[in-house]
Design a protein around this ligand. Structure first.
Ligand SMILES: [Fe+2]
Ligand SMILES: [Fe+2]
Length: 200
């Protein structure tokens, strides 16, 4: 079965249309999770690490804008908010709260791990969307520089290279990948495999 593309009248398969709906859904959920992480970190930083608040507030503002962009892209792609939004909400807030309690290095380790996972998935998505949904590609490209800036900001401040810090990044990275996988029911893995296969 073939469907009409939402943007350039190009025909895409129903399987691809489902994957595109999944991409919008998981990106919306991820942005919502990021909002919750940064909100909790700002909450804790209010009494413990006030110097971190300006950067975290700028990132929070970016994530709010990104979240709206993906929410607005949903109806045209027959996509709806993720069924496990509650995990992104509570999980994001707990992650932000606990890492902020660990200190500034906890905050930046969390940001670096989450933003690195986001960056990897956005690149996979851009590759998949090429020729399939230029409008969604454009939205992702428009936010990618800000996500990279978040990652760089965190990495520049991440002075601790201790085993604990590396373990924390690894655990957060695995947890983020698991949530993304659960939210897309494996489409994220399929896209990564397709990308690798084309590179060979
Ligand atoms: Fe974002
Ligand atoms: Fe971000």
């Amino acid at each position: 079965m073939l469907l009409t593309d939402t943007t350039d009248e190009k025909m895409i398969s129903s399987r691809d249309a489902l994957t595109i709906a999944c991409i919008v859904r998981v990106n919306h959920a991820g942005e919502f999770g990021a909002i919750r992480i940064y909100s909790a970190q700002i909450f804790v930083s209010g009494w413990l690490w006030p110097d971190c608040i300006p950067a975290l507030s700028d990132m929070l503002e970016d994530e709010r804008r990104h979240c709206i962009l993906f929410r607005d892209a949903m109806p045209a792609r027959k996509s709806r908010p993720c069924r496990i939004m509650r995990f992104w909400s509570y999980g994001g807030w707990m992650l932000g709260f606990l890492t902020a309690l660990l200190g500034r290095q906890g905050i930046w380790a969390c940001t670096a791990a989450v933003e690195a996972a986001v960056h990897r998935h956005l690149d996979d998505q851009l590759h998949f969307l090429k020729g399939r949904d230029p409008e969604l590609s454009g939205i992702i490209l428009s936010i990618r520089d800000e996500e990279i800036a978040h990652l760089r900001h965190a990495e520049e401040r991440l002075v601790s290279r201790s085993v604990t810090s590396r373990a924390l990044r690894a655990v957060i990275s695995i947890a983020t990948d698991c949530l993304i996988w659960l939210s897309t029911w494996g489409d994220s893995t399929r896209m990564a495999w397709a990308l690798k296969a084309e590179e060979r």
